[in-house]
Design a protein around this ligand. Structure first.
Ligand SMILES: CN1c2c(nc(N)[nH]c2=O)NC[C@@H]1CNc1ccc(C(=O)N[C@@H](CCC(=O)N[C@@H](CCC(=O)N[C@@H](CCC(=O)O)C(=O)O)C(=O)O)C(=O)O)cc1
Ligand SMILES: N[C@@H](CCS)C(=O)O
Ligand SMILES: [Zn+2]
Length: 766
């Protein structure tokens, strides 16, 4: 029999209950006990959904209050002393690492948070010390949650991050020089102890994720697999299913011999179906293949015909008992359930599958290959019908968009003059001081803003009332920026629910969900809009608010747009048209917006591209260069329609620039603001080494934490930056937008930021 398996389930709950519980706990509005109870309720509910769907292999320990890698940091006691020394309750220590802690005399910033592979999920980076040791926590979470499920009558397969990935995804702490992978020998005994405990609790198999196998690996990381999996396999330990996802593992085949004693290998056959044959050829004689054929990263219904063909190919080689049908990755990256979507056009809804539906898909595919297609005939027919309906739908094609794309020229990608000439004009036009201060766009999205928007969406207030409310918000943020004495203002983005969803809702070719939330980091979720057809802009999207803001202030007002790659990557893209085509369609729509903003008197325009890095293929090589070429082109196409005197900014958070700096430089943006406060300023060296000629604002403080940075801290950060950048190049700004913050801490932090900038302005005045 072919078993069905889910690699991980979304944690938030159908109504984002986990988000609400976490945030209430942080605000002292929910007790610790009630938080724990709510988490347990959600875990049980999610296991039950999978059990009722008939899934054979259900994951446990896929739940996390904040992030699963952070869970492992605590599980192995890899907790930096600056957190552990305060003897906080374990859950508060955990949140302190995730989001910082500034309360009751404890003041500690969070650990660094970075992108999870090429997804819009963020993990907390393990941070190691010279002399690092590990110790299993007293009540290991994977054991507790396995027993919790067992007590409810559900046998689960616990999920762990593997030791090689745990170390390779981490870094040495600031000022430390330890190479994380060198800690393997110290870490393995703790894994063995944990696996023994899981076995004793009754876990027969454990899913051990080693997603780093899809990367190009340094030789010492590759070499770590052999000693690791020699120690982690044995009679006294559960059988291991080693899982990889988001790429192929063919280039790391030399690692597979050292993995021949693990029970099963899971591969992502959605992303790389072509790896099937060669991976099957590399398996040991009794090893099992977990075939990831249901997409964990997108919302399109699985094409059953194609998936069954793939699984059948594997069965022909291995036999039914050596194949598991699985999701390609954890379903963490998909929304909870399609059932709560009442407003999607009926035709379109038929094309989608969210987490709950995907669990049913793995079951259907497993049954089809076990008992034959006739056993699931109705499901197969309905699926074929949905595939057909989508392929032939009028929604997907817009000839006018295609015609416009065919007329795009090289010249449309270039500004009129090179940067020095543009800058000379911008300097006179904008009259900015040295060390200009600005923010990244959004100001706090207060409860009141969300309530008014909710009322407007539900029709409880009119468009005119909502517009008036937004204008008042804009007036307020302008007044605050006056008081703070910032240099380049923003309108604060109060009208935007999200920087991608907002644009999706104003573009043709998109549809949106009402409840399709996906966790982005911690308690923060996004509702990615869905690209179903060719994209075009029926009307200006942001001009009204920016123009209004500019009309009530004499300061330069920065217009705020989300760039084509970010719109693409943070939406659920089409899978029937190449992403470069979708990016170009978005670029043309944004180009019109940029030109309209300039015509409306907005002479500084920021086109955010934080997802540019995320779209980068995970392995170096030709595919990367191809991607960068069309991604950079789409940004330039969006921006290049303006005059030299208009200043184009771009913003990047969560980006490591070293490996694609040439692309950042090729964007030709006049000013870049980048996330930097959690990184070592040394990372800026690349800008110095490459003699980056344009202007740059490396973030001076972390906006993900409510913690207020002191003026001195910000001065220190600027001072570090000055080691690599010229004073006349440097802007002073936070790491990212301020939408998740409260006003109190925002004002305090920006006051310190402006004072720090003034200090350096005076210092370099002469
Ligand atoms: C910059 N980042 C972003 C990423 N991806 C995006 N798509 N957008 C981003 O901004 N990726 C990288 C980073 C990740 N950072 C963030 C930062 C902040 C959030 C965030 O704040 N998310 C909000 C939800 C935002 C939203 O869509 N809000 C809507 C709906 C609000 C809502 O929940 N309404 C209630 C009713 C109103 C009430 O009573 O409060 C409801 O529907 O139940 C809106 O404002 O209208 C979050 O709260 O998680 C995400 C990623
Ligand atoms: N302009 C956006 C960028 C976030 S990456 C904001 O300020 O929220
Ligand atoms: Zn940002």
């Amino acid at each position: 029999m072919v078993q069905s398996s889910v690699l991980g389930f979304p944690r938030m709950g159908g109504n984002r209950e986990l988000k609400k519980a976490n945030e209430a706990y942080w605000a002292d509005k929910l007790s610790r006990d009630d938080l724990l109870k709510e988490a347990k309720r959600l875990r049980l509910e999610h296991w039950k959904i999978q059990k009722d769907a008939g899934v054979d292999i259900i994951p446990s320990n896929d739940f996390a209050f904040y992030d699963h890698i952070l869970d492992h940091i605590q599980l192995f006691n890899a907790i930096p002393d600056r957190y552990s020394k305060h003897s906080l309750h374990p859950i508060d220590e955990y949140f302190a690492m995730g989001r910082g802690h500034q309360k009751d005399g404890v003041d500690v910033p969070s650990l660094e948070m970075v992108k999870w592979f090429d997804s819009n999920y963020h993990y907390v980076k393990p941070t190691f010390q010279d002399g690092q040791t590990f110790k299993l926590s007293e009540k290991p979470k994977p054991v507790v949650e396995f027993l919790e499920a067992k007590e409810a009558g559900i046998n689960t397969r616990p999920v762990l991050i593997g030791p090689v990935s745990f170390l390779a995804l981490g870094k040495a702490d600031r000022g430390q020089s330890v190479d994380p992978i060198s800690l393997l020998d110290k870490l393995l005994p703790v894994y063995v102890e944990l696996l023994e405990k899981l076995k004793a609790a009754g876990a027969e198999t454990v899913q051990i994720d080693e997603p780093v196998l899809v990367y190009d690996l340094a030789p010492k990381v590759k070499a770590a697999f052999k000693p690791a999996y020699e120690k982690l396999v044995g009679d006294k330990l559960p059988k291991l299913v080693l899982a990889t996802y988001f790429g192929d593992i063919v280039h790391n085949f030399d690692v597979l011999p050292s993995l021949q004693s693990v029970y099963a290998i899971h591969i992502d056959l959605v992303r790389n179906p072509e790896q099937l044959e060669s991976v099957v050829g590399q398996l040991a004689s009794n090893q099992i293949l977990s075939a990831g054929v249901v997409d964990g990263r997108n919302i399109w219904k699985t094409n059953f015909k194609r998936a069954i063909e793939l699984v059948e190919t594997a069965i022909q080689k291995l036999g039914k008992d050596r194949v598991i049908v699985a999701t390609s990755s954890s379903l963490l990256h998909t929304p909870h359930s399609l059932d709560s979507e009442k407003k999607l056009p009926g035709e379109v809804k038929e094309w989608f599958s969210f987490a709950v539906q995907k669990t049913a898909e793995v079951v259907t595919i497993a049954k089809a290959v076990t008992d034959g297609p006739a056993s699931v005939r109705e499901a197969l027919e309905a699926n074929a019908q949905a595939m057909q309906s989508r392929a032939s739908s009028a929604r997907t094609n817009n000839q006018a968009v295609k015609d416009r794309q065919s007329k795009v020229t090289e010249a449309m990608h270039e500004r009129q003059s090179p940067f020095p000439e543009r800058y000379a004009q911008q300097k006179t036009h904008l009259s900015l001081p040295l060390f200009p201060t600005t923010t990244i766009g959004s100001f706090p999205q207060t409860k009141e803003i969300r309530i008014q928007r909710n009322k407007f969406t539900k029709g409880e207030i009119t468009a005119a009332e909502y517009e008036k409310f937004i204008e008042k918000e804009i007036q307020d943020v302008i007044k605050i920026q006056d008081e703070l004495k910032l240099d380049v203002y923003v309108h604060g983005e109060p009208e935007r629910n999200d920087m991608v969803q907002y644009f999706g809702e104003r573009l043709d070719g998109y549809v949106f969900t009402t409840n399709g939330w996906v966790q982005s980091y911690g308690s923060r979720c996004v509702r990615p809009p869905i690209i179903v057809g060719d994209i075009s802009r029926p009307a200006p999207m942001t001009v009204k608010e920016s123009k209004y803001a500019a009309s009530i202030s004499s300061k330069p007002m920065k217009g705020m747009l989300t760039g084509p790659i970010t719109c693409l990557r943070w939406s659920f893209p089409r899978d029937d048209v190449h992403q470069s085509v979708q990016a170009q369609q978005l670029a043309l729509a944004l180009r019109d917006e940029v030109v309209d903003l300039e015509a409306a008197g907005i002479y500084v325009i920021q086109v955010d591209e934080p997802a540019l890095r995320e779209g980068l293929p995970l392995r170096a090589g030709r595919e990367r260069e191809k991607y960068l070429s069309w991604a950079v082109d789409s940004f330039k196409l969006a921006c290049a329609g303006v005059k030299d005197s208009t200043q184009i900014h771009s913003h990047f958070c969560y980006s490591e620039f070293q490996d694609f700096f040439h692309a950042i430089a090729a964007l030709d943006a006049d000013v870049l603001s980048i996330e930097n406060s959690k990184s070592d300023a040394k990372l800026l060296k690349v800008f110095e080494d490459k003699a980056y000629p344009r202007h740059i604002g490396p973030g001076v403080y972390d906006i993900h934490s409510p913690r207020v940075p002191s003026e001195q801290e910000i001065k220190d950060r600027i001072n570090e930056m000055l080691a690599y950048l010229k004073p006349e190049q440097l802007w002073v700004n936070p790491d990212c937008g301020l939408k998740t913050r409260q006003w109190k801490e925002t004002k305090a932090a920006l006051t310190n930021l402006v004072n720090a900038a003034i200090f350096y302005r005076q210092k370099y005045a002469s």
